[in-house]
Design a protein around this ligand. Structure first.
Ligand SMILES: Cc1cc2nc3c(=O)[nH]c(=O)nc-3n(C[C@H](O)[C@H](O)[C@H](O)COP(=O)(O)OP(=O)(O)OC[C@H]3O[C@@H](n4cnc5c(N)ncnc54)[C@H](O)[C@@H]3O)c2cc1C
Length: 415
């Protein structure tokens, strides 16, 4: 049985536990804890086209932020270049990088191998941000495929080889799109995939700025800089998940048992039950749909000052609508009710992402500003931190910590 945490409980400035509900029964549950490790994954569900599952609603980041933790570099959201674009029901589902790794070629509707123009050296094997921006540009300039993507073709390889090397892709396209990838191209386009930002933690311990609160995995920020390389997330989870777990256990051993505050628990109950009590509120699905539209249109692959300011204004309106969200039925497995709570988290992380994207007046990694296309050295020396102060989302520029000598050397060699 799965439990969804909706609030972190605190005892003074430290965490004391968590409140949530069992998804199936809707019954409430409270945990008392000396240490908590957040490992709730990403935020992709705030965008319309995403490879992420229904779980990726940024809960852990939003809960940590509400409990006083800092969010780091939330503007760095990665768009994987190749998601399915057709049919609509499967839009965003990932098309693995292995297709390009095995020799897949990207072409526009005129048959041009357009990566020759954007990255003549690495072509289709260029970094995710470059390939995603290239496909996006081809589509925007009128050279997209019938369903608004690019053609990815591996059919020049022997059919048996393709089936052996890419069995899941072969079946995925056959079953979901009725396309045989051994005979013709796939249609692909960028899909929101991963967030490099997240809860600000110490690299050795996963400790956040809130005593007893740790984070690891995609919910933690900073490990992958401005642009994660393919494959690095799973190794990140193993290494930094272990560090966070060990540090959390160590912390628990030397900490006194916290006390739970009944007033906080009652408030958490009130918050999650409120949507049942309203008689004239809005459906959570409509608000979620509109949130995804705002983030897709205005906080996507390419960003501008004007779009980001408009996004913030739209998010304010959505926050007001979400305050009046209404659901029907009972607490027994009720996805609409679950969404009404997830929506609050998605709005928090979307706002954090948009604020940070507006503040970072340069382009770096996955963050591309059309009005500030260059990477600026000065920005490379600082991080953007978001924290709740006097009830408001506050953005701070903080100096980046020293880079390990080994990493400095690798970067210098790369340049
Ligand atoms: C389609 C796809 C393919 C990928 N392929 C690769 C790859 O090949 N290599 C690679 O390195 N990376 C890959 N990634 C990225 C990688 O899978 C993710 O970054 C990674 O799984 C994140 O792990 P996590 O443990 O941080 O979070 P998740 O694996 O997302 O787990 C989070 C868990 O937290 C739970 N949760 C969320 N909110 C709450 C809440 N409020 N209360 C309680 N529980 C909650 C969720 O139900 C879930 O079980 C891929 C990602 C996608 C979407």
């Amino acid at each position: 049985m799965e439990c969804t945490i909706t609030k972190l409980l605190t005892d003074g400035d430290r965490v004391s536990g968590a409140f949530g509900y069992w998804r199936e029964s809707g019954r409430f549950v409270t945990f008392k804890a000396k240490s908590i490790v957040i490992a709730t994954g990403g935020i992709g569900k705030s965008w319309k086209v995403t490879s992420n599952s229904w779980e990726c609603t940024g809960d852990g980041m939003a809960l940590a932020y509400e409990a006083g933790a800092e969010l780091l570099d939330m503007e760095f959201v990665q768009f994987h270049p190749t998601g399915m674009v057709w049919p609509p029901g499967v839009q965003g589902i990932l098309v693995t990088e292995a297709v390009r790794g095995e020799g897949g070629i990207l072409r526009n509707k005129n048959g041009e191998r357009f990566m020759e123009k954007y990255d003549p050296k690495r072509l289709e094997l260029s970094t995710r941000d470059v390939v995603a921006r290239s496909i996006y540009t081809e589509v925007k300039e009128g050279r997209g495929t019938p369903h608004g993507g690019a053609f990815l073709d591996i059919s020049h390889k022997d059919a048996e080889y393709v089936k052996r090397k890419l069995p899941s892709m072969y079946h995925q396209f056959k079953e979901l799109a009725d396309v045989d990838i051994t005979k013709g191209p796939m249609e692909v386009g960028p899909t929101c995939h991963y967030v490099m930002g997240g809860i600000r933690v110490d690299a050795e311990t996963g400790q956040s700025s809130v005593p007893g609160l740790f984070a690891a995995g995609e919910a933690a920020g900073g490990l992958h800089g401005a642009n994660r390389l393919g494959g690095n997330s799973l190794s990140d989870l193993l290494v930094f998940g272990r560090r966070a777990g060990l540090a959390a256990a160590e912390h628990a051993k030397k900490t006194a048992t916290p006390s739970l505050d009944n007033a906080q628990i009652e408030e958490a109950e009130r918050q999650v039950l409120a949507p049942f009590d309203r008689t004239d509120g809005e459906n959570p699905y409509t608000i979620h749909h509109d949130l995804q539209d705002v983030m897709q249109r205005l906080v996507g692959i390419f960003r501008t000052d004007e779009d980001l300011r408009q996004a913030l204004a739209e998010l304010e309106k959505l926050k007001e609508r979400a305050k009046k969200v209404r659901v029907e039925g009972s607490r027994l497995f009720n996805p609409g009710w679950h969404l009404s709570r997830d929506l609050q988290c998605m709005l928090t992380v979307s706002e954090a992402c948009t604020y940070a994207a507006l503040a970072r007046t340069e382009s770096r990694g996955a963050h591309s500003r059309l009005d500030f296309p260059k990477t600026e050295d000065a920005w490379g020396k600082k991080n953007l931190v978001i924290v709740k102060k006097s009830g408001a989302m506050t953005l701070l520029e903080v100096p980046r910590g020293p880079m390990p000598a080994e990493l400095t050397q690798i970067l210098a060699e790369d340049q």
